[in-house]
Design a protein around this ligand. Structure first.
Ligand code: GLY
Length: 371
């Protein structure tokens, strides 16, 4: 695969203007040219992390320079700890030093952490400067790069300080996945299965047909994988950008138990990737839906089997942790106005929010997702 593969473009229809998500193998070399189609400015501020920066910052900076933007590159530490007001403060200092005015864009180069942080800084510096996103992980390509959620974390929780702030464009270059570890690659696939279960039965069938190619990162299937994910998410975001009607909340499928598993594994000093925890969380959600009489057993088993086939865990090593997981799930309830809301699938491709989920059903879900 190389830059000769054609670009695919999906438009995200949001206010005040729609923007394109461009999926283009080798597209990083065109980053500056794409940016120049959207705006004219003397300078651009590129934010990345040290790992991604080592691999791709020079190429991205060269592409920006070629298109007439003088780039400043700022690399943060890799990992969630960089999504902080402290890191944002250091970036503001650097933006001032680089004379980034309202015309000059902030460009992210990386995964979800870098995208969220860059979007937050872009939304707040000078009350908003242009923002473009170049996404380099599966998780960001299928989920975080679409929908304009930007944030940093606070002591009271993840993503507590932020804004909805849509980029000028998102560039997905599947070639950058070559340098992703197998574990990180597979973890990102959880959100892809989530999209299929929640919204697109045909896309679920597609995953089943291509599960082996998907698991082994066969490059030919990646542009279609990303395009279909972006279409699902764009369709939801266009109707419920601010998560008001409950539609966008469906994207939390698998996340209630998933977040509890993620926390419990981190407490044990054996942190799981977010996607790994969501994978086991989706197994729990499927079991809860069966216990609730809303999903038939065969459909639930198809979901579990697909998760397994793409190389994701279907249970967490937390057999001793039922009570702890229950407490963590209950704690989630506090942030949703005292109601324990679950996204459950009624069928593959169709999910709904339920607030009448009973304790024994949740226990059945936990039991299935730990082992
Ligand atoms: N990842 C869930 C959302 O963007 O709403």
């Amino acid at each position: 695969m190389g830059s000769s593969s054609p670009a695919r473009t999906v438009w995200v229809e949001v206010q005040p203007r729609r923007y394109p998500v461009i999926i283009h193998p080798g597209g990083l070399a065109s980053l500056g040219a794409i940016l120049a189609e959207h705006l004219k400015a003397p300078r651009a501020f590129l934010i990345t992390d040290r790992n991604v920066g080592l691999l791709y910052a020079d190429q991205a900076a060269a592409a920006l320079r070629e298109a007439g933007f003088e780039p400043t590159v700022f690399a943060v530490e890799p990992g969630e700890s960089s999504k902080s007001l402290q890191t944002a403060g250091r970036i503001y200092d650097a933006l001032a030093a680089a004379k980034i005015d309202r015309a000059c864009p902030a460009v992210s180069l990386g995964g979800g952490v870098v995208g969220d942080l860059t979007g937050f800084v872009a939304a707040t510096w000078l009350r908003g400067i242009p923002f473009a996103q170049c996404s380099t992980t599966v998780e960001a390509n299928v989920d975080a790069s679409v929908g304009g959620k930007t944030a940093v974390n606070h002591a009271s929780g993840k993503n507590m300080i932020g804004a909805f702030y849509q980029p000028q464009f998102v560039l997905i270059d599947p070639d950058t996945l070559r340098t992703l570890s197998e574990r990180d690659y597979r973890a990102g696939l959880a959100e892809s299965i989530k999209h299929a279960v929640v919204r697109d039965a045909d896309f679920f069938d597609w995953h089943e047909r291509h599960a082996d190619e998907i698991r082994t990162c066969q490059v030919d299937c990646l542009p279609e994988l990303f395009e279909r994910n972006v279409r699902v998410k764009a369709e939801i975001v266009a109707q419920d950008e601010r998560e008001i009607t409950g539609l966008r909340a469906l994207l939390n499928f698998g996340h209630t138990v998933g977040h509890a598993i993620e926390s419990a594994m981190a407490r044990r000093g054996r942190p799981w990737r977010h996607g790994e925890a969501v994978a086991a969380g989706m197994v729990a959600a499927a079991e809860i839906a069966v216990a609730a009489g809303r999903l038939d057993r065969a459909a639930a088993e198809r979901i579990v089997e697909l998760i397994r086939r793409v190389g994701l865990p279907i249970a967490a090593p937390l057999a001793d942790a039922h009570d702890e997981l229950w407490r963590l799930i209950e704690a989630d309830k506090k942030v949703s106005a005292g109601r324990l809301r679950f996204v459950l699938a009624d069928a593959i491709g169709r999910a709904r929010l339920y607030d009448d989920v009973q304790h024994p059903w949740i226990q059945a879900g936990i039991a299935r997702a730990v082992g």
